[in-house]
Ligand binder design. Structure first.
Ligand code: C2E
Ligand code: MG
Ligand code: MG
Length: 532
């Protein structure tokens, strides 16, 4: 309805006035014309009066009705408009709510890890910044990662690996007090921040954390045992920015990984230097194969009964382009951590096989070659086929090769390497348990593995003169014999050790007393020399 009330009222009044004036002017004239006498005039005036009332009533009725109808239509439209407006308002509110939910989801995604739901790296930086900005704040940052998670992932598959990470996060959240802030950085790396932690207590906290992780995890497909390593940085002592603290906890973590004796380490300044050197070695190692910086030396192994050389152990040497040498004990763990060990291992096996082939061609067909293998190589997908292919490509058979696996590495792999060992044994490879005695394998464990040679660690041989170790070495040889496994002693350095080993019917010996690891030409010369 477009007309305003006073305009409508004025319109009706105007019509009424016009009609009224017209009526008075016209009706009086008509009555005068029609009335023949006074009686007729009165009658006609009377009728005119009634007609006037009737006509004005009809007129008013029509006008008011039309106005009210318009009013009703306008009201109806207004109501409809109101409903439409209310619906639009509701839709707007719904959209707003969805937007807020979406924003909350985005915020969660930005600050939480999608797999475990734990707060992520971004949240860690935020929390640490907040904690560090509080006056007088002190506490500890624990950088924890799983040992050999790569093995676990490779052997049980990524789905189970993800399940394991989720279960670990749940266990940490359930078991630790709310004082701990737990974050997942990615992969198998977790960071835990404990405000108010006292420096003297942090090692105890780390022990408890490791005990918690040490309980087995029953996954859908398998039960998994994990161990972990932890680097600890304290604030404010080791840094007052999140970057510094995380970096230093990481450096301490690397130290913890290197030290077999302890699975955690608290940062100290000296670690930074070692870390730099390690990083430099890591970079150089990645190029070493291409730059042909590796060579192999061969250390003969002697049969005690006959004194003749029965085979060689190939030992890797790295001479850098500046002429400096790096010991395998130093670079092998770095190569393992970066994964370069897989390619280095292939190179070692190929070259050792090539040399053995040469020796066979020279007529020494009884010789075998022992090659050290890292567990990381062993569990690398396709290792068994690749190793077989390399051996055969040199015209040799797996029976000519003995793969040496260190006992401690095997135990650390939590049984993951076992299946590979059985496959290798089936192909015909010999399997030696290197550094035997240092990993404290239980007899049951030994019985389970397809071992063909026990290699008694040189520390036991060196200590042969102390009566306690002496009886231990005797027991080790006995165990090997009982299980039908060949026994070799490594690190033999003096004649009294040879005497003892002979008396106890050790099968083979290897050590500086007879020969250091030597280049190919010298190894051949040793074969040509009279027996030891
Ligand atoms: P290992 O396999 O137990 O090798 C024996 C180590 O003892 C060698 O050290 C050898 O030079 C040394 N040795 C031999 N006889 C004697 C002795 O009479 N007295 C003493 N004190 N030492 C003796 P090397 O060559 O420095 O190798 C150290 C370790 O590095 C090896 O221990 C092995 O675990 C690892 N390694 C060496 N080459 C390779 C390789 O090609 N691949 C892998 N994965 N590891 C390797
Ligand atoms: Mg060895
Ligand atoms: Mg050894």
């Amino acid at each position: 309805m477009k007309e305003r009330p006073h305009a409508a009222a004025w319109r009706i009044t105007r019509i009424y006035l016009i009609m009224g004036c017209l009526w008075i002017l016209l009706s009086d004239r008509i009555v005068e014309l029609l009335a023949a006498d006074t009686a007729a005039f009165r009658t006609l005036s009377h009728i005119k009066g009634w007609l006037y009332v009737g006509a004005t009533a009809a007129l008013l009725y029509t006008l008011i009705k039309s106005y009210l109808c318009e009013l009703e239509t306008a009201q109806h439209r207004a109501l409809q408009g109101y409903h439409e407006l209310a619906a639009a308002h509701q839709a707007l509110e719904d959209a707003n709510m969805k937007l807020e939910e979406h924003q909350e989801q985005l915020r969660r995604m930005a600050h939480h890890d999608h797999l475990t739901g734990l707060p992520n790296r971004r949240a860690l930086f935020q929390t640490l910044s907040d904690v560090l900005s509080q006056e007088g704040s002190c506490g500890a940052v624990f950088f924890t990662d799983l040992d050999n998670f790569k093995y676990i992932n490779d052997s049980i598959g990524h789905v189970a690996g993800d399940e394991l990470l989720t279960r670990i996060s749940m266990r940490l959240q359930e078991a630790l007090s709310p004082a701990w802030h737990i974050f997942r950085l990615g992969g198998d790396e977790f960071i835990l921040v404990l405000p108010e932690a006292k420096p003297l207590d942090v090692e105890e906290h780390a022990r408890k954390l490791h005990a918690l992780m040490g309980e087995p995890f029953s996954l859908k497909e398998a039960t998994v045992h994990v161990t972990c390593s932890t680097g600890i940085a304290l604030y404010p002592a080791h840094g007052n920015t999140p970057e510094n603290l995380i970096k230093r906890a990481d450096i301490a973590l690397n130290r913890a990984k290197d030290e077999p004796a302890s699975s955690f380490a608290v940062f100290d300044e000296s670690m930074e230097e070692a870390m730099k050197e390690r990083l430099e070695l890591d970079q150089a190692l990645r190029m070493a194969l291409k730059k042909r910086e590796f060579t192999l030396l061969y250390q003969p192994q002697y049969e005690l009964a006959t004194g003749r050389i029965s085979g060689f152990e190939a030992l890797l040497r790295w001479t850098r382009d500046d002429g400096s040498t790096v010991s395998p004990a130093k670079f092998i763990p770095i190569a393992e951590q970066s994964g370069v060990i897989v390619n280095i291992g292939k190179w070692v096996l190929s070259n050792a096989c090539r040399f053995l082939r040469k020796l066979h061609e020279l007529g020494y067909t009884h010789l075998t070659m022992s090659v050290n293998v890292s567990v990381l190589e062993l569990i690398h997908p396709g290792y068994v086929d690749k190793a077989t292919e390399i051996v055969r490509s040199q015209g040799l058979s797996p029976q000519d090769i003995e793969l040496e696996i260190t006992e401690s590495a095997l135990m650390e792999s939590n049984g993951l390497a076992e299946a590979q060992l059985f496959l290798l044994k089936d192909r015909g490879f010999g399997i030696a348990l290197d550094d035997f005695g240092t990993g404290y394998s239980s007899l049951n464990y030994l019985r389970k593995l397809p071992i063909t040679t026990l290699k008694i660690d040189k520390d036991f041989i060196a200590a042969i003169n102390s009566s306690e170790e002496l009886s231990l070495v005797g027991e080790m040889i006995k165990i090997g014999k009982m299980m039908g496994i060949s026994v070799i002693a490594e690190g033999v350095e003096d004649h009294s050790q040879v005497e003892f080993l002979t008396q106890h019917h050790c099968d083979k010996i290897q050590g500086f007393l007879f020969s250091k690891p030597v280049p190919e030409a010298e190894a051949i010369a040793k074969l040509q020399a009279p027996t030891a």
